[in-house]
Design a protein around this ligand. Sequence first.
Ligand SMILES: [Fe+2]
Ligand SMILES: [Fe+2]
Length: 335
Amino acid sequence: MHPFEVTGGVQEEQLQQSAIKVFFKSITHLKEVVEREKQKKRVWLKTTRRLMQSIINLVSQNESFMVGLTNIKNYDEYTLNHSTNVTVLAICFGRRLGLERKELVDLGVSAFFHDMGKLEIPEKILNKPGKLDDDEFAIMRTHSWHGAQKLACLKELSILPVSAINVAMEHHIWANLEGASYPKYWKKDHIDFFSKIVKICDFFDAVTTERPYRKKTATREEATGWMLEKIGSEFDTTLLKVFTNMIGVYPIGSLVVLDSEEWGIVMETNPEITLITCPKVKIIADKDGNKIDGGIIDLSERDPEADKFKKKIVKTLDPYKYEINVSEHFLAHSG
Ligand SMILES: [Fe+2]
Ligand SMILES: [Fe+2]
């Protein structure tokens, strides 16, 4: 099966159900890992690796749906949901970069544990409404090395990829090592390739998630816009280009208005570069503004008589502003 093909029917539905299952299982598993790590018990890294294998299988069968699931935000604790989203995005990204399966598992594990150090940060700093002051920010920054230290002390260190320790340490380091980059390395200028991948996925998921300290939650297309402003400085140039290409002009989960005045949610981007503005869209409101559970339409379909696309996107809207929970439309597939 072509990785981007949506087959529809029973097989597709089963695939989506297992994707949802694996997604929530990952959140639960990370919660268990965190608990067990606190008690200095074994953390079942083999289970983590098996979960990564499942995510890789699902991504190779239906990448769009998996990316769609990363619209789920703040389920259970923020860091658990966020780490799962970053893992899914990193695996999709790594696959597009041509990484081999074993590397994808290592990348997934590294992304999954990137924020382990947050466990050491007091709750009142983690969830502080408003900006952190200098002292609080200094404490926040310690989550990088706290994370690296925790991972290096795991009982199952022998089956943990070294990159996981690097990623925990380096996922806030800028491509040019300047700006708000942290930590500052002394006599080390080589940053792990996986850290650069996770840095991008981490930023994208973080700014698109509602948080008490952030005034504005970015829509998915705003987020890629913000990131492109920092191409070459905060983010690696080549990697960011591949990532924005993966996310698309109208990222999966965007709320869009069509020329028919219907509202829809982007469910799948078009892999054909000339059809990048023609994703598959699920209709959620008719032209009179009534909420409906409409079907999924392919905007690359043309009207042969008029020789133009049947429908096209005229603008995007901010789902937060209209209180539309995008993830519900992906979860609805579970039946
Ligand atoms: Fe972090
Ligand atoms: Fe993070």
